[in-house]
Design a protein around this ligand. Structure first.
Ligand code: CDP
Ligand code: MG
Length: 159
């Protein structure tokens, strides 16, 4: 049940200066940050990370978006971390994302707007979608040496 998941704070989150707010939301759940770094994604790496989306019509805009500035990459660990993180992040389209979720509270882009303008939906965050995806993505983004093992005070109450 305890698992790791990959979270990326996309260029819009970094440029808007809300990295701290977003990281706080994850920390407040008691999940543990086990890896964290600032990275500039190259087009080649974007194609690896978004391998399942490369042939989709929105990929060109997505690559332009994810490579346009540095991002924050992190690995969170906790019980059902994949599902827990996706719940906090909210649905892909900010317009439809529920209030209380990060996408719902901090963004408002819509597919109607982005499709009409040929740009990616600016939704602040990438989060692994399934446990399988999380394993692949954590291994793609972080080396063993970049992942850390320590005990949080929350663990006393959770585990
Ligand atoms: O990120 P998430 O797993 O919620 O969505 P996805 O379906 O895996 O799509 C990956 C990313 O592509 C989204 O987060 C959007 O930034 C972008 N996207 C887009 O710009 N336009 C679409 N029609 C679908 C996705
Ligand atoms: Mg996805």
């Amino acid at each position: 049940m305890k698992e790791k998941t990959l979270v990326l704070l996309k260029p819009d989150a970094v440029q808007r200066g809300i990295v701290g707010d977003i990281v706080s939301r994850f920390e407040h759940t008691g999940m543990k940050i086990v890896g964290l770094k600032m990275v500039r994604v190259t087009p080649e790496f974007s194609k690896k990370h978004y391998a399942t989306h490369v042939n989709k019509p929105f990929y060109t805009g997505l690559e332009k978006f994810i490579t346009e500035g540095p991002i924050i990459a992190m690995v969170l660990e906790g019980l059902h971390a994949v599902e827990t993180v996706r719940k906090i992040v909210g649905s892909t389209e900010p317009k439809s994302a529920a209030p209380g979720t990060i996408r719902g509270d901090y963004s408002h882009h819509s597919y109607a707007y982005t499709d009409a303008h040929g740009i990616a939906i600016k939704n602040l965050i990438h989060a692994s979608g399934t446990s399988e995806e999380a394993k692949t993505e954590v291994a793609l983004w972080f080396t063993k040496e970049e992942l850390h093992d320590y005990t949080t005070v929350h663990e006393k109450h959770v585990f």
